[in-house]
Design a protein around this ligand. Structure first.
Ligand SMILES: Nc1nc2c(ncn2[C@@H]2O[C@H](COP(=O)(O)OP(=O)(O)OP(=O)(O)O)[C@@H](O)[C@H]2O)c(=O)[nH]1
Ligand SMILES: [Mg+2]
Length: 425
């Protein structure tokens, strides 16, 4: 159920001096309750300090927010959003365009945070993305989608919102509720499920910010990151970290076993993987080899791009972000089904890698369908045939008792017992 709307008093706008401990190239715009929750987690680690905007109709969540700039949407604006009518940002709230411009000023990247399925976040994002782009920044949307049981209308709204984001944003990381549920034991109250979705999304946001902004020894350029995250090509993402002499091996194993990545290693939809490794001291060549080899073995069909950067704030910790994207091209991959929103990698598409490799043969056996999605090339339907074999006389064994071993008559030639067709020269 939605939280009660604030009384129709004059909306509060709070602007405090920006602490900005370090110049950052990232700004954050958080919308709605879920967006604000992720923003708080990010700000604890310093991301978005000095450049964050919180927008909500939920006065309680907004009061608790530490964002520099806050805009409380009026009840009338919230009601208008719910109608889904098209309107300019300024028509919704006159302060919005200037607030967006201010927060984006001098920033290369802007993270938009929201929970898809809610009215404020889902309906406002399509108006915010062009405004951020007009300010000259790249837009990455970090969003959640509803948990099972939140109802069809939320799910459909979220699906439409994700579709729009896929078309507009430079990159989308969507954490489906169903995947978050895999991180939790059975019987957890819904509120705790919501809380559980905050950390993985915030971790991914931090990882993405490191990938995009740290001076890299082995760079992955923003356009390459966008190519993986643009459209609906990002299948899944996860982060892992470890300290100590075995930190690379630990990180590799954590990633490989990560529940948020389950099903992606053997999926025919997995096309490429970005592995971003940061740490202090900077990852050694051996550590990198250990990590990359494990990821390449795990996601053996995918092209693996590796980025490395030293992160002086990491004090002994090695961190990795893994982004798994689909094979379909960005534009064509926009046709994912509801199953994608729920985070399920379909069983028919996913199987252990070795089995999949045997069944599909080489990568050429994977073909794009008309919608651009990559599908397994189907084998022609099986036809049952009788093998053209004649029983040969058992010769001198004809009259003797058969030599039976494990249920097989060893006096009958092997090729007959095993029904092998012999080729003729
Ligand atoms: N992480 C987190 N997710 C939440 C929270 N509340 C709801 N969600 C999830 O986010 C989705 C959107 O909910 P809200 O963030 O409240 O939506 P909103 O953008 O504020 O929009 P309205 O409340 O409809 O005006 C829900 O469908 C839930 O899946 C929360 O407190 N934290
Ligand atoms: Mg809300």
């Amino acid at each position: 159920m939605n939280a009660p709307l604030p009384p129709p008093t004059a909306p509060a706008e709070i602007i405090s001096p920006a602490p900005a401990p370090a110049p950052s190239r990232c700004a954050i715009i958080a919308i709605g309750r879920a967006g604000l929750a992720v923003l708080e987690d990010l700000r604890h680690s310093g991301l978005g300090r000095g450049a964050s905007l919180a927008i909500s109709a939920d006065s309680g969540a907004l009061t608790a927010s530490t964002a520099e700039l806050k805009i409380a949407l009026s009840t009338a604006a919230h009601d208008r959003l719910a109608t889904g009518e098209e309107m300019e940002l300024a028509a919704l709230d006159a302060r919005l365009p200037a607030a967006v411009r201010n927060v984006c000023l001098g920033k290369a990247f802007v993270f938009l945070l929201a929970g898809l399925g809610g009215n404020t976040g889902t309906r406002l994002i399509p108006w915010l993305v062009p405004a951020v782009k007009a300010a000259g920044a790249r837009v990455f949307a970090l969003v959640t989608s509803p948990f099972d049981g939140e109802g069809r209308s939320r799910r459909q709204l979220a699906e439409a919102g994700l579709q729009t984001l896929a078309e507009q944003a430079d990159g989308v990381l969507c954490l489906p509720g169903q995947r978050t549920a895999k991180l939790l034991p059975v019987g957890v109250p819904l509120r705790e499920c919501f809380l559980a979705s905050v950390q993985p999304l915030a971790e991914a946001g931090r990882g993405l910010a490191r990938l995009l902004t740290l001076p890299a020894s082995l760079p992955i350029y923003p356009r390459e990151v966008c190519a993986v995250l643009r459209g609906r090509s990002c299948l899944a993402f996860a982060t892992a970290e470890a300290t100590g002499p075995e930190r690379a091996r630990e990180v590799a194993e954590k990633l490989f076993a990560h529940p948020l990545l389950a099903g992606t290693a053997g999926s025919v939809r997995t096309g490429s993987v970005i592995l971003s490794v940061t740490g202090w001291p900077e990852p050694t060549q051996d550590e990198l080899k250990c990590l990359t080899e494990r990821v390449e073995r795990g996601w053996e069909r995918a092209g693996v791009r590796v980025g490395v950067a030293a992160d002086e704030t990491a004090s002994g910790t090695l961190r990795a972000l893994l982004l798994v994207s689909s094979t379909a091209s960005a534009g064509a991959s926009d046709e994912r089904s509801d199953a994608d929103l729920s985070g399920t990698v379909s069983d028919t598409e996913s199987m252990p890698t070795s089995e999949a490799a045997t069944a599909h043969g080489p990568a050429g056996a994977l073909v794009p369908d008309e919608g651009g999605r990559v599908r397994r090339k189907r084998n022609p339907p099986a036809k049952q045939e009788q093998l053209a074999l004649e029983m040969v006389p058992r010769g001198r064994f004809e009259k003797g008792p058969p030599t039976i071993h494990k249920g097989e008559d060893l006096d009958v030639p092997t090729y007959i017992r095993r029904r092998v067709i012999l080729t003729q020269n």
